[in-house]
Design a protein around this ligand. Structure first.
Ligand SMILES: Nc1nc2c(ncn2[C@@H]2O[C@H](COP(=O)(O)OP(=O)(O)OP(=O)(O)O)[C@@H](O)[C@H]2O)c(=O)[nH]1
Length: 870
């Protein structure tokens, strides 16, 4: 039994990637987050990472100590209780976690000996450091407490987090503190508190505890609550700058209070210092991302994630945290979080002061974006059904012939996260679309039917995905079908060097049934997991740019393009330029056809307002205004014209071979085609089909191709050029049919690409002279020769088929053909006959031939014209 890493990570509340690294560091043979480890090791890890939270054992120890101290200081009771839950996350508690000190349940081996040795060393070092800090702090506290000499010299550069606690643990204003501390302190504490000679202040005992295991929590927690008011009046005379170097707030307070002499209680002074030390300020800009926030708090991201997840929701490394939540979490960790919004005066000032580095700005604005996923695979392997299942809409039934004809882009939501899907057609003609699909995407899902295995377009799709360098997931579909063979598909994967994970490879492989929905959830989970691993980000604040997935002329709305926003946020009213086309975004529609105003990164959206149909695969970008967009498009048109003119004007060297080839080409017959399609991608697909028809005798020339309806103009053009009009997925404008009849123009429209291919082949063949085919009718053997004076007649026996008067015939003698002509006379006895069948005797005379010999064979045949082959 085993468990996948991402499941384990969820259990532990750790980031997938971190857990993967951790396991790799511990020499586990794991390659990706969907790899698995054995259950024993997994349990040990769960146990290991439970520790920091359920530090109940040591906590109870601490509580015992605290309870003891309560007896002496009843006033302390409340604060401690209240702060108890917050104990764990205090900086002190967090510290031991920072070093990977791990206590495994005995008998479980999940670490290498080196790991254990290293951890021990780190633990020892941490303990030593903590102790040194304590000592230093203690000395400082003592120096402050024993007021008289004002030596301001800070006692020791006490490490920030540990230092404050002892001070705070001794807040009680009145009685000489030592007693409770002594009582509360475990034996160890007493020992350690001894080193410095000076007065046995109460503080140390609490700090005493060995850094990691201690539940300094309760004690440490107490100081966490800010009690600023108590500070000023009590402050001891001198020692303004005690240990509290870090927070800048401390000095003024201390300074201000310093002159007051009352020497009564030295303790609160340190309490104030501690407090100032404790509460730190951090500034962040929205959006607050888990990763950055954890770094600012000095926490491990997985700790923060688990904390956020406990509050409900689903956080990951790149999740954005709501501001209110972030403030609360920061408070819990003794930080004051200042969120700096854009446009705030302070920021404006800062912006004015320093030049913004665009790269920095870009980095700062990066935000997680949804993954773009491409579904690839062979025809009919279930790509559309899978997508259909995922978004629970019935697309398959709406497609012509059940085949996806052009790319579709959709967005689905899963666990509160969006995934953008591209559906690409499986037919061979749509190669370019698939290639384009693969290049736009982050993750490619290769659909392989379990009953069919890898097919030509599966391999081609795999090649596209590999060339594009996108993450690959294999979905073995149709596992419900009789004859489904998952292992066979995995064998084929192995042969292609993309072995499945459970076969020792690295390719995430999910068996699914698009029809029954089995495995689809797992597939989505894997996609999100891959997306997490890829850490996909984009800057939504930048000028919008992206890629044209598809373009078409929408009847009624004009040129329309399906685009994927890759960067920035596309808005209605934006001015766009894309090659020779430009747009002012009039309206945008999402995959459900709903009108939307904005499209952030990774969103597929249909845009209207284009000057024409931009090429699929071209990139667009937003510019300042429509005028600029138009100018840029015009410049591009001009540039292309110049390139074409230069190319045409350039002298060409023509070889003799080429010359002959050109002459032959002019003699070869050509089918001229005017092509009209629904979308740009279809044009490509039809072109692919037509260019794939190879013939030496006849060629296809697409003299014009456009997206849109077949118009009267097309008919006129076809009439002038002697061309045919081919429409794919498009209709005819009113009046076109009658006009075409009048001009003798042939118009053919198609819904299925393979039907189009077959028909064009026929049309091409029709341009060729028909082939002649000889069909044998029968044969007769000459048995006797009759000389009639004015000529000879052959007395024959019809051996096969039939002999008919006037048909073509040839006379063979052994292997030679002696004569070819027609059967001019055919007699049965003395009567003329039209036809004599096999087994009967007859007299045959071939026109203009008299030289028959016994044994000659007369073959009768006819010649038929058949359509020429290409
Ligand atoms: N039994 C079974 N049939 C399926 C499953 N998935 C798809 N099919 C059927 O397979 C046929 C083809 O499915 P599509 O989703 O159109 O396949 P496609 O790969 O999108 O095909 P193209 O659009 O031509 O590229 C349909 O009849 C589906 O009902 C499945 O998991 N189990």
């Amino acid at each position: 039994m085993s468990i996948r890493i991402h499941e384990l990570a969820k259990k532990i509340g750790m980031d997938n990637k971190q857990l993967l690294k951790l396991l790799q560091g511990r020499n586990f043979d794991v390659k990706s987050v969907s790899s698995s480890i054995d259950n024993i090791s997994a349990d040990a890890l769960v146990e290991e990472f439970k520790k920091p939270e359920d530090s109940s054992a040591p906590a109870s120890e601490a509580e015992a100590a605290a309870a003891a101290s309560e007896e002496a200081e009843p006033t302390k009771a409340k604060p401690r209780k209240a702060s108890a839950p917050a104990a764990a996350p205090t900086p002190e508690a967090a510290k031991p976690e920072a070093t990977p000190t791990v206590n495994l349940p005995s008998g479980v081996f999940v670490k290498t000996p080196e790991d254990i040795a290293r951890e021990k060393a780190e633990k020892a070092a941490a303990a030593a450091a903590a102790e040194a800090a304590e000592k230093a702090e203690k000395a400082a506290a003592r120096a402050r407490a024993s007021a008289p000499p004002p030596p301001p010299a800070p006692v020791a550069p006490a490490p920030a987090p540990v230092a404050p606690k002892p001070a705070v643990s001794a807040p009680p204003p009145v009685p000489p503190i030592p007693k409770p501390a002594v009582r509360a302190a475990p034996p160890a504490a007493a020992v350690i508190s001894s080193p410095p000679p000076a007065p046995a202040l109460p503080i140390p005992p609490v700090v005493k505890r060995p850094a990691a295991a201690v539940s300094p929590a309760p004690t440490a927690a107490a100081p966490a609550r800010p009690t600023p008011l108590s500070a000023p009046p009590v402050l001891p005379a001198p020692a303004p700058p005690p240990v509290s170097a870090p927070p800048p707030v401390a000095p003024p307070v201390l300074g201000a209070v310093a002159p007051k002499p009352p020497p009564i209680s030295p303790v609160p002074a340190s309490a104030l210092a501690a407090e100032d030390d404790e509460i730190k300020h951090i500034q962040l800009k929205p959006p607050i991302i888990v990763r950055d926030f954890a770094a600012a708090l000095g926490l491990k991201p997985f700790k923060l994630i688990s904390e956020l997840n406990q509050q409900g929701g689903f956080a990951s490394m790149n999740s954005t945290i709501e501001e209110a939540v972030a403030v609360a979490v920061a408070e819990k960790h003794n930080f004051i979080l200042e969120i700096k919004h854009r446009g705030e005066p302070a920021e404006k000032k800062a912006a004015a002061q320093e030049e913004v580095d665009p790269e920095e700005e870009e980095k700062r604005n990066l935000q997680p974006r949804p993954p773009v996923v491409c579904i690839l695979g062979h025809v009919d392997h279930g790509k559309t059904s899978l997508l259909d299942r995922i978004r629970s809409a019935n697309v398959v039934s709406g497609e012509a012939g059940g085949i996806t004809q052009h790319i579709g882009a959709y967005q689905v939501e899963r666990s509160g996260r969006k995934i953008t899907f591209l559906d690409t057609p499986g037919h061979a003609a749509f190669t370019k679309m698939r290639a384009r699909g693969a290049h736009v995407t982050d993750v490619a899902v290769l659909v392989v039917a379990a009953d069919d295995g890898f097919m030509p377009q599966t391999d081609e799709a795999l090649k596209h995905a590999q060339e594009a360098g996108v993450a690959l997931i294999v979905a073995i579909n149709k596992i419900d079908v009789k004859g489904a063979n998952i292992d066979q598909v995995k064998t084929q994967m192995q042969q292609r060097n993309i072995a499945a994970e459970d076969w020792g490879g690295e390719t995430i492989t999910v068996p699914v049934s698009a029809l029954k929905g089995e495995g689809v959830d797992t597939l989505l989970e894997m996609i999100l997991l891959q997306a997490d691993m890829l850490e996909l980000q984009a800057n939504p604040k930048a000028e919008a740019s992206g890629l044209i997935v598809e373009s078409e002329i929408d009847f009624g709305r004009g040129p329309m393009a399906t685009v994927i926003v890759q960067r920035g946020t596309l808005k209605v009213g934006d001015a766009l330029v894309c090659g020779t086309h430009f747009a002012r975004v009039r309206a945008m529609f999402d995959d459900q056809g709903r009108n939307i105003k904005e499209a952030p990164p990774s969103t597929p959206v249909r845009v209207i307002g284009w000057s024409g149909t931009p090429d699929s695969g071209a990139t667009f970008r937003a510019v300042k205004n429509a005028r600029e967009a138009e100018n840029l498009a015009e410049e591009e048109q001009l540039r292309l014209r110049q390139v074409a003119t230069r190319a045409a004007a350039a002298p060409k060297e023509v070889s003799v071979d080429q010359l002959f080839a050109n002459i032959a080409a002019t003699q070869a017959r050509t089918l001229k085609v005017i092509l009209k399609t629904d979308v740009f991608g279809s044009t490509e697909a039809v072109r692919n089909v037509l260019e794939g028809i190879k013939s030496d005798k006849v060629s296809v020339d697409i003299i014009a191709n456009e997206v849109g309806l077949v118009t009267k103009n097309d008919v006129l053009m076809a009439s002038a050029a002697k061309a045919v009009v081919i429409g794919f997925h498009t209709k005819l404008e009113n009046g076109v049919t009658s006009m075409a009849k009048h001009h003798g123009v042939r118009i053919e429209t198609f819904e299925l690409i393979y039907e189009l291919g077959d028909k064009v082949r026929e049309m091409m063949a029709d341009l060729l002279d028909p082939d002649l085919k000889e069909i044998k009718l029968g044969g007769a053997e000459v048995r006797q020769v009759f000389d009639l004076g004015k000529g000879a007649v052959a007395g024959c026996l019809v051996t096969d088929g039939k002999v008919t008067r006037n048909v073509l015939a040839r006379l063979r003698r052994k292997k030679s053909i002696i004569h070819e002509g027609r059967v001019s006379t055919l007699k049965r006895y003395k009567d003329d006959a039209n036809e004599v069948r096999a087994g009967l005797e007859c007299g045959i005379k071939l026109d203009e031939f008299n030289g028959y010999e016994v044994g000659d064979i007369i073959e009768c045949y006819e010649v038929q014209k058949v359509r020429a082959t290409l």
